[in-house]
Design a binder for this molecule. Sequence first.
Ligand code: FES
Ligand SMILES: [Fe+2]
Length: 400
Amino acid sequence: MSPTDPTPWPRPLAEMIQRLDSLQPGSPREVGAATGSVPTAHYTDPAHWQREQDAVFGQWPIVAAHSAELQPGSALPFDALGVPIVLTRGSDGQARAFYNVCRHRGMALVACAGPEPAQAVPCKALVCPYHGWTYELDGRLRHRLHAETFDGIDPSKLNLVELPCDEAAGLVFIRRTPGPAFSARGALHGLGDHLDALGLAGMKVFRKVDQVHAANWKLTADAFLEGYHIRVLHRDTIYPFFADAYTVNWRGGPHLDSLVARRAAFEPHETPHDRAALCRLSTPTQFLFPNTFLIWHPDYVSLIGMTSPSPGTVRWVHTMLIPPDRAGPDWAPHWEKTFRLIEQTVFQKEDIATAVATQRGFGSGANTVLHTGLLEHELLRFHENIDAAIAGTLQPAANP
Ligand code: FES
Ligand SMILES: [Fe+2]
Protein backbone atom coordinates (compact mmCIF):
# COMPACT_ATOMS: atom_id res chain seq x y z
CA MET A 1 0.00 0.00 0.00
CA SER A 2 1.28 3.48 -0.68
CA PRO A 3 1.10 6.41 1.74
CA THR A 4 -0.89 8.33 -0.88
CA ASP A 5 -3.57 5.68 -1.26
CA PRO A 6 -6.60 7.13 0.53
CA THR A 7 -8.14 3.70 1.25
CA PRO A 8 -5.40 1.19 1.97
CA TRP A 9 -7.44 -0.66 4.58
CA PRO A 10 -10.45 -2.94 4.24
CA ARG A 11 -13.55 -1.17 5.48
CA PRO A 12 -13.99 -2.57 9.01
CA LEU A 13 -10.32 -1.89 9.74
CA ALA A 14 -10.58 1.58 8.18
CA GLU A 15 -13.51 2.33 10.48
CA MET A 16 -11.55 1.07 13.48
CA ILE A 17 -8.67 3.36 12.51
CA GLN A 18 -11.09 6.28 12.31
CA ARG A 19 -12.22 5.57 15.85
CA LEU A 20 -8.60 5.29 16.99
CA ASP A 21 -7.79 8.52 15.18
CA SER A 22 -10.57 10.42 16.91
CA LEU A 23 -9.36 9.58 20.43
CA GLN A 24 -8.49 12.56 22.60
CA PRO A 25 -7.57 12.92 26.25
CA GLY A 26 -10.78 12.34 28.16
CA SER A 27 -12.51 10.44 25.34
CA PRO A 28 -14.94 7.84 26.64
CA ARG A 29 -13.65 4.28 26.56
CA GLU A 30 -15.44 1.60 24.55
CA VAL A 31 -17.15 -0.60 27.12
CA GLY A 32 -19.60 -3.47 27.27
CA ALA A 33 -23.28 -3.26 28.12
CA ALA A 34 -23.14 -5.13 31.41
CA THR A 35 -20.84 -6.58 34.01
CA GLY A 36 -20.68 -10.35 34.26
CA SER A 37 -19.01 -13.35 35.80
CA VAL A 38 -17.33 -16.60 34.85
CA PRO A 39 -17.69 -19.69 37.07
CA THR A 40 -14.33 -20.82 38.46
CA ALA A 41 -15.43 -24.39 37.72
CA HIS A 42 -14.97 -23.58 34.03
CA TYR A 43 -11.26 -23.41 34.73
CA THR A 44 -11.01 -26.48 36.93
CA ASP A 45 -13.79 -28.99 36.29
CA PRO A 46 -12.59 -32.08 34.34
CA ALA A 47 -16.10 -32.60 32.91
CA HIS A 48 -16.17 -29.05 31.55
CA TRP A 49 -12.67 -29.55 30.15
CA GLN A 50 -13.81 -32.69 28.34
CA ARG A 51 -16.76 -30.82 26.81
CA GLU A 52 -14.34 -28.18 25.51
CA GLN A 53 -12.11 -30.87 24.08
CA ASP A 54 -14.99 -32.48 22.23
CA ALA A 55 -16.98 -29.47 21.07
CA VAL A 56 -14.30 -26.80 20.69
CA PHE A 57 -10.84 -28.26 20.06
CA GLY A 58 -12.29 -31.32 18.35
CA GLN A 59 -14.57 -29.43 15.94
CA TRP A 60 -13.32 -25.92 15.25
CA PRO A 61 -10.63 -25.02 12.73
CA ILE A 62 -7.47 -24.33 14.74
CA VAL A 63 -4.36 -22.48 13.57
CA ALA A 64 -1.54 -25.03 13.44
CA ALA A 65 1.24 -22.98 11.85
CA HIS A 66 2.20 -19.85 9.98
CA SER A 67 2.41 -20.57 6.27
CA ALA A 68 6.16 -19.81 6.22
CA GLU A 69 6.79 -22.75 8.57
CA LEU A 70 5.70 -25.17 5.89
CA GLN A 71 7.79 -24.77 2.74
CA PRO A 72 7.06 -26.90 -0.36
CA GLY A 73 8.62 -30.33 0.13
CA SER A 74 8.40 -30.43 3.92
CA ALA A 75 6.52 -31.97 6.82
CA LEU A 76 5.79 -30.39 10.20
CA PRO A 77 4.56 -32.40 13.20
CA PHE A 78 1.83 -30.79 15.29
CA ASP A 79 0.60 -32.47 18.47
CA ALA A 80 -0.81 -29.59 20.52
CA LEU A 81 -4.35 -30.92 20.16
CA GLY A 82 -3.57 -34.17 21.96
CA VAL A 83 -3.38 -36.39 18.89
CA PRO A 84 -0.31 -36.67 16.67
CA ILE A 85 -0.82 -34.71 13.45
CA VAL A 86 1.59 -33.99 10.61
CA LEU A 87 1.26 -31.08 8.17
CA THR A 88 2.77 -31.45 4.72
CA ARG A 89 3.27 -29.28 1.69
CA GLY A 90 4.12 -31.09 -1.53
CA SER A 91 5.48 -29.66 -4.76
CA ASP A 92 1.91 -28.64 -5.69
CA GLY A 93 2.13 -26.07 -2.87
CA GLN A 94 -0.97 -27.29 -1.08
CA ALA A 95 -0.94 -27.62 2.70
CA ARG A 96 -2.41 -30.89 3.97
CA ALA A 97 -2.84 -32.53 7.36
CA PHE A 98 -2.88 -36.19 8.39
CA TYR A 99 -2.77 -38.20 11.55
CA ASN A 100 0.93 -38.70 12.12
CA VAL A 101 0.29 -42.43 12.37
CA CYS A 102 1.59 -45.15 10.06
CA ARG A 103 -1.09 -47.43 8.59
CA HIS A 104 1.08 -50.52 9.18
CA ARG A 105 1.44 -50.74 12.94
CA GLY A 106 0.90 -47.16 13.99
CA MET A 107 4.33 -45.62 14.45
CA ALA A 108 4.68 -41.82 14.20
CA LEU A 109 6.02 -40.92 10.77
CA VAL A 110 7.67 -37.65 11.77
CA ALA A 111 9.19 -37.39 15.24
CA CYS A 112 7.39 -34.98 17.54
CA ALA A 113 9.17 -35.43 20.86
CA GLY A 114 10.30 -32.21 22.57
CA PRO A 115 11.86 -30.44 24.24
CA GLU A 116 12.55 -28.19 21.24
CA PRO A 117 9.56 -26.71 19.39
CA ALA A 118 8.59 -28.68 16.29
CA GLN A 119 10.18 -27.60 13.05
CA ALA A 120 9.41 -28.66 9.51
CA VAL A 121 11.72 -31.28 8.04
CA PRO A 122 12.50 -31.13 4.31
CA CYS A 123 11.38 -34.35 2.65
CA LYS A 124 10.12 -35.79 -0.62
CA ALA A 125 8.00 -38.46 1.09
CA LEU A 126 7.09 -39.63 4.60
CA VAL A 127 9.10 -42.75 5.45
CA CYS A 128 8.08 -44.65 8.55
CA PRO A 129 11.12 -45.17 10.81
CA TYR A 130 9.84 -48.59 11.97
CA HIS A 131 9.65 -50.73 8.79
CA GLY A 132 9.98 -48.15 6.06
CA TRP A 133 6.46 -47.89 4.67
CA THR A 134 6.54 -44.78 2.51
CA TYR A 135 3.81 -42.23 1.81
CA GLU A 136 3.60 -39.40 -0.70
CA LEU A 137 3.22 -35.92 0.79
CA ASP A 138 -0.42 -36.07 -0.34
CA GLY A 139 -0.90 -39.09 1.92
CA ARG A 140 -0.96 -41.88 -0.68
CA LEU A 141 0.87 -45.07 0.22
CA ARG A 142 3.79 -45.32 -2.20
CA HIS A 143 5.85 -48.28 -1.04
CA ARG A 144 5.89 -51.19 1.39
CA LEU A 145 9.03 -53.14 2.11
CA HIS A 146 8.42 -56.77 1.06
CA ALA A 147 4.95 -55.80 -0.15
CA GLU A 148 4.33 -59.37 -1.34
CA THR A 149 4.13 -60.48 2.30
CA PHE A 150 0.94 -58.45 2.77
CA ASP A 151 -1.24 -60.46 0.40
CA GLY A 152 -4.92 -59.82 0.92
CA ILE A 153 -4.57 -56.27 2.27
CA ASP A 154 -5.76 -53.69 -0.28
CA PRO A 155 -3.00 -51.05 -0.44
CA SER A 156 -5.47 -48.39 -1.60
CA LYS A 157 -7.05 -48.62 1.88
CA LEU A 158 -3.73 -47.83 3.53
CA ASN A 159 -3.31 -44.17 2.65
CA LEU A 160 -2.75 -41.82 5.57
CA VAL A 161 -5.88 -40.65 7.38
CA GLU A 162 -6.41 -37.09 6.18
CA LEU A 163 -7.74 -34.23 8.30
CA PRO A 164 -9.48 -31.11 7.02
CA CYS A 165 -6.83 -28.45 6.36
CA ASP A 166 -6.91 -25.09 4.61
CA GLU A 167 -4.80 -21.98 4.45
CA ALA A 168 -5.60 -18.27 4.27
CA ALA A 169 -3.90 -14.96 5.05
CA GLY A 170 -0.66 -16.74 6.02
CA LEU A 171 -2.18 -19.21 8.47
CA VAL A 172 -2.58 -22.98 8.16
CA PHE A 173 -5.74 -24.21 9.86
CA ILE A 174 -6.58 -27.81 10.65
CA ARG A 175 -9.46 -29.63 12.26
CA ARG A 176 -8.55 -32.41 14.68
CA THR A 177 -11.42 -34.63 13.60
CA PRO A 178 -11.69 -36.15 10.09
CA GLY A 179 -14.71 -34.92 8.13
CA PRO A 180 -15.79 -32.45 5.49
CA ALA A 181 -13.53 -29.68 4.24
CA PHE A 182 -13.79 -26.12 5.57
CA SER A 183 -12.77 -22.79 4.11
CA ALA A 184 -10.06 -21.02 6.11
CA ARG A 185 -11.04 -17.72 4.48
CA GLY A 186 -14.65 -18.29 5.52
CA ALA A 187 -13.58 -19.37 9.00
CA LEU A 188 -11.82 -16.01 9.44
CA HIS A 189 -15.13 -14.08 9.10
CA GLY A 190 -13.56 -11.06 7.41
CA LEU A 191 -10.44 -10.93 9.56
CA GLY A 192 -8.54 -12.49 6.66
CA ASP A 193 -8.79 -9.18 4.80
CA HIS A 194 -7.35 -7.37 7.81
CA LEU A 195 -4.46 -9.84 8.04
CA ASP A 196 -3.83 -9.47 4.30
CA ALA A 197 -3.73 -5.69 4.62
CA LEU A 198 -1.25 -5.98 7.49
CA GLY A 199 0.94 -8.36 5.48
CA LEU A 200 0.82 -11.46 7.68
CA ALA A 201 1.47 -13.93 4.86
CA GLY A 202 4.77 -12.27 3.96
CA MET A 203 6.27 -12.57 7.46
CA LYS A 204 9.18 -14.87 8.30
CA VAL A 205 9.55 -17.07 11.37
CA PHE A 206 12.34 -16.00 13.71
CA ARG A 207 11.74 -18.03 16.87
CA LYS A 208 9.22 -20.35 18.47
CA VAL A 209 8.58 -21.25 22.10
CA ASP A 210 6.51 -24.31 23.04
CA GLN A 211 5.92 -24.74 26.77
CA VAL A 212 3.36 -26.05 29.21
CA HIS A 213 2.35 -23.84 32.14
CA ALA A 214 0.22 -24.66 35.20
CA ALA A 215 -2.89 -22.66 34.31
CA ASN A 216 -6.11 -23.41 32.48
CA TRP A 217 -5.80 -22.27 28.85
CA LYS A 218 -8.65 -19.78 29.21
CA LEU A 219 -6.76 -17.87 31.91
CA THR A 220 -3.96 -17.03 29.47
CA ALA A 221 -6.54 -16.19 26.80
CA ASP A 222 -8.33 -13.89 29.28
CA ALA A 223 -5.12 -11.89 29.72
CA PHE A 224 -5.12 -10.96 26.03
CA LEU A 225 -8.80 -10.06 25.82
CA GLU A 226 -8.73 -6.93 27.93
CA GLY A 227 -6.45 -3.93 28.23
CA TYR A 228 -7.66 -3.13 31.74
CA HIS A 229 -4.65 -4.87 33.33
CA ILE A 230 -1.90 -3.16 31.34
CA ARG A 231 -1.59 -0.17 33.66
CA VAL A 232 -0.93 -2.27 36.75
CA LEU A 233 0.47 -5.67 35.73
CA HIS A 234 2.73 -4.25 33.02
CA ARG A 235 3.51 -0.98 34.83
CA ASP A 236 7.27 -1.26 34.45
CA THR A 237 7.46 -2.96 31.07
CA ILE A 238 4.98 -1.93 28.39
CA TYR A 239 2.58 0.44 30.15
CA PRO A 240 4.87 3.44 29.49
CA PHE A 241 3.93 3.01 25.80
CA PHE A 242 0.20 2.41 26.21
CA ALA A 243 -2.83 4.52 26.96
CA ASP A 244 -4.82 3.34 29.96
CA ALA A 245 -7.44 0.83 28.75
CA TYR A 246 -8.36 2.44 25.44
CA THR A 247 -9.19 -0.30 22.94
CA VAL A 248 -11.10 -0.11 19.66
CA ASN A 249 -12.82 -3.43 18.92
CA TRP A 250 -14.45 -5.03 15.90
CA ARG A 251 -16.10 -8.43 15.94
CA GLY A 252 -15.89 -10.76 12.95
CA GLY A 253 -18.07 -13.73 13.81
CA PRO A 254 -16.74 -15.11 17.11
CA HIS A 255 -13.35 -13.49 16.45
CA LEU A 256 -12.13 -10.11 17.58
CA ASP A 257 -9.93 -7.49 15.99
CA SER A 258 -8.65 -4.81 18.36
CA LEU A 259 -6.53 -1.71 18.18
CA VAL A 260 -5.03 -1.31 21.64
CA ALA A 261 -4.25 2.40 21.77
CA ARG A 262 -0.72 3.51 22.50
CA ARG A 263 0.07 6.90 24.01
CA ALA A 264 1.07 8.15 20.57
CA ALA A 265 -2.60 7.96 19.52
CA PHE A 266 -3.26 10.87 21.89
CA GLU A 267 -0.47 13.00 20.45
CA PRO A 268 -0.59 14.93 17.16
CA HIS A 269 -0.28 12.48 14.26
CA GLU A 270 -1.37 11.77 10.71
CA THR A 271 -3.94 9.13 9.90
CA PRO A 272 -1.94 5.91 9.47
CA HIS A 273 -1.74 4.64 5.92
CA ASP A 274 0.61 1.74 6.43
CA ARG A 275 1.37 -0.93 9.01
CA ALA A 276 4.33 0.85 10.58
CA ALA A 277 2.31 4.02 11.14
CA LEU A 278 -0.65 2.07 12.53
CA CYS A 279 1.65 0.17 14.92
CA ARG A 280 3.06 3.44 16.23
CA LEU A 281 -0.43 4.48 17.33
CA SER A 282 -1.76 1.12 18.49
CA THR A 283 -1.07 -2.55 18.90
CA PRO A 284 -3.41 -4.34 16.48
CA THR A 285 -4.42 -7.62 18.08
CA GLN A 286 -6.57 -10.33 16.53
CA PHE A 287 -8.19 -13.09 18.53
CA LEU A 288 -9.14 -16.01 16.32
CA PHE A 289 -11.71 -18.02 18.24
CA PRO A 290 -11.17 -20.30 19.99
CA ASN A 291 -7.48 -20.14 20.90
CA THR A 292 -5.16 -18.05 18.71
CA PHE A 293 -3.84 -14.51 19.03
CA LEU A 294 -1.89 -12.29 16.68
CA ILE A 295 -0.22 -9.29 18.30
CA TRP A 296 1.35 -6.65 16.06
CA HIS A 297 4.17 -5.09 18.05
CA PRO A 298 5.89 -2.04 16.54
CA ASP A 299 8.08 -4.08 14.17
CA TYR A 300 7.22 -7.78 14.56
CA VAL A 301 4.30 -10.10 15.25
CA SER A 302 3.55 -12.62 17.99
CA LEU A 303 1.46 -15.60 16.87
CA ILE A 304 0.27 -17.40 19.99
CA GLY A 305 -1.68 -20.63 20.18
CA MET A 306 -3.09 -21.81 23.52
CA THR A 307 -4.20 -25.42 23.81
CA SER A 308 -5.24 -27.51 26.75
CA PRO A 309 -3.39 -30.70 27.70
CA SER A 310 -5.38 -30.92 30.97
CA PRO A 311 -7.79 -28.74 32.98
CA GLY A 312 -4.92 -27.20 34.94
CA THR A 313 -2.40 -26.68 32.15
CA VAL A 314 -1.99 -24.61 29.01
CA ARG A 315 0.31 -25.43 26.15
CA TRP A 316 1.66 -22.09 25.02
CA VAL A 317 3.17 -21.91 21.54
CA HIS A 318 4.52 -18.47 20.72
CA THR A 319 5.94 -17.92 17.26
CA MET A 320 7.78 -14.68 16.60
CA LEU A 321 7.24 -13.45 13.05
CA ILE A 322 9.48 -10.76 11.57
CA PRO A 323 9.28 -8.68 8.40
CA PRO A 324 11.17 -10.19 5.46
CA ASP A 325 13.31 -7.09 4.91
CA ARG A 326 14.75 -7.52 8.42
CA ALA A 327 15.36 -11.24 8.32
CA GLY A 328 19.11 -11.09 7.56
CA PRO A 329 21.76 -12.19 10.08
CA ASP A 330 22.57 -8.58 11.01
CA TRP A 331 19.14 -8.31 12.53
CA ALA A 332 19.40 -11.44 14.68
CA PRO A 333 20.77 -9.75 17.85
CA HIS A 334 17.97 -7.18 17.68
CA TRP A 335 15.30 -9.89 17.40
CA GLU A 336 16.92 -12.01 20.14
CA LYS A 337 16.80 -9.10 22.56
CA THR A 338 13.26 -8.20 21.54
CA PHE A 339 12.06 -11.76 21.90
CA ARG A 340 13.58 -12.05 25.39
CA LEU A 341 11.80 -8.90 26.50
CA ILE A 342 8.39 -9.89 25.23
CA GLU A 343 8.37 -13.66 25.83
CA GLN A 344 10.44 -14.04 28.98
CA THR A 345 9.56 -10.80 30.71
CA VAL A 346 6.15 -9.52 29.62
CA PHE A 347 4.47 -12.81 28.78
CA GLN A 348 6.10 -15.31 31.15
CA LYS A 349 6.86 -13.17 34.21
CA GLU A 350 3.71 -11.07 33.98
CA ASP A 351 0.78 -12.53 31.96
CA ILE A 352 1.49 -16.25 32.38
CA ALA A 353 2.70 -15.93 35.98
CA THR A 354 -0.62 -14.22 36.77
CA ALA A 355 -2.57 -17.04 35.16
CA VAL A 356 -0.58 -19.63 37.16
CA ALA A 357 -1.14 -17.76 40.44
CA THR A 358 -4.86 -17.46 39.67
CA GLN A 359 -5.14 -21.17 38.93
CA ARG A 360 -3.44 -21.97 42.24
CA GLY A 361 -5.95 -19.72 44.00
CA PHE A 362 -8.91 -21.71 42.67
CA GLY A 363 -7.93 -24.47 45.10
CA SER A 364 -8.80 -22.21 48.02
CA GLY A 365 -12.47 -22.01 47.11
CA ALA A 366 -12.38 -18.27 47.88
CA ASN A 367 -14.23 -17.54 44.66
CA THR A 368 -16.92 -19.49 42.89
CA VAL A 369 -17.05 -16.89 40.11
CA LEU A 370 -14.62 -14.38 38.61
CA HIS A 371 -16.10 -10.92 38.06
CA THR A 372 -15.79 -8.98 34.83
CA GLY A 373 -16.27 -5.23 34.54
CA LEU A 374 -17.40 -3.18 31.57
CA LEU A 375 -13.84 -2.95 30.23
CA GLU A 376 -13.65 -6.76 30.17
CA HIS A 377 -16.64 -7.30 27.91
CA GLU A 378 -14.71 -9.10 25.19
CA LEU A 379 -13.34 -11.55 27.78
CA LEU A 380 -16.91 -12.21 28.87
CA ARG A 381 -17.99 -12.71 25.26
CA PHE A 382 -15.19 -15.25 24.77
CA HIS A 383 -16.55 -17.32 27.65
CA GLU A 384 -20.12 -16.97 26.37
CA ASN A 385 -18.93 -18.20 22.99
CA ILE A 386 -17.14 -21.20 24.52
CA ASP A 387 -20.36 -22.04 26.36
CA ALA A 388 -22.35 -21.62 23.14
CA ALA A 389 -19.92 -23.84 21.21
CA ILE A 390 -20.31 -26.52 23.88
CA ALA A 391 -24.10 -26.15 23.73
CA GLY A 392 -23.98 -26.39 19.94
CA THR A 393 -25.59 -22.98 19.40
CA LEU A 394 -22.32 -21.55 18.03
CA GLN A 395 -20.92 -23.49 15.09
CA PRO A 396 -17.84 -23.04 12.95
CA ALA A 397 -18.41 -21.26 9.61
CA ALA A 398 -20.28 -23.33 7.04
CA ASN A 399 -18.26 -25.57 4.78
CA PRO A 400 -17.34 -24.30 1.29
S1 FES B 1 4.71 -49.17 11.71
FE1 FES B 1 5.23 -47.99 10.04
S2 FES B 1 6.20 -49.33 8.69
FE2 FES B 1 5.69 -50.56 10.36
FE1 LIG C 1 -0.89 -8.60 29.46
